[in-house]
Design a protein around this ligand. Sequence first.
Ligand code: FNR
Length: 188
Amino acid sequence: MPYTVGYFVGSLSSTSINRVLAKALIGVAPEDLTFTEIPLRDLPLYTPDFDADFPPEARAFKTAIAETDAVMFVTPEYNRSIPGGLKNAIDWASRPSGENSFDHIPAAVIGASVGSIGTAVAQQSLRGVLSYCNARQMTEAYIHFIPGDYAEDGSVNNPDTEKFLRDFMSEFRDHIERVLTVLPRPDA
Ligand code: FNR
């Protein structure tokens, strides 16, 4: 069965290695998954003052999540946590109270760092946030980014890395199916 995946790149950098990783992940994903990026860049800083009347950017953001079967977070680690832009986006998605966009959604978390622990600490932080938001998370994957492993077109040059990413996406596909069998997404 085909599934749609909305993905978030936690970095706003024009040279983001996590954007490279996202491209590589899409390239090795099972054919029945289709991907749409859900951008964070245009969201204002969240405050509850907006709860009574969300701005158009935030409405579009929540609609994009509602229209997808699952979400994937591809994020760097900033100062041992997630970048502020990503946290701001999650805060928007979780509100207003009673309209949490991540409730029961199948979710994958992955990230790349130039450091050897591959965003492990950021992911622990993100997992706590997503747990509070009641997302259904699958297992972890930490990527120590080696530039030579990835080509411009998103293909992966290193066979071991390629297999690791392919297995991760295959597991994500099965995770989506398992979660949605028990917890179908509400109509958008
Ligand atoms: C970093 N970087 C970093 N790396 C890491 O492994 N742990 C960390 O806590 C941090 N902290 C951090 C803070 C800030 C503000 C910056 C700009 C960078 C380095 C980071 O892994 C590297 O810049 C990556 O290239 C960031 O990913 P993107 O933006 O290229 O996708």
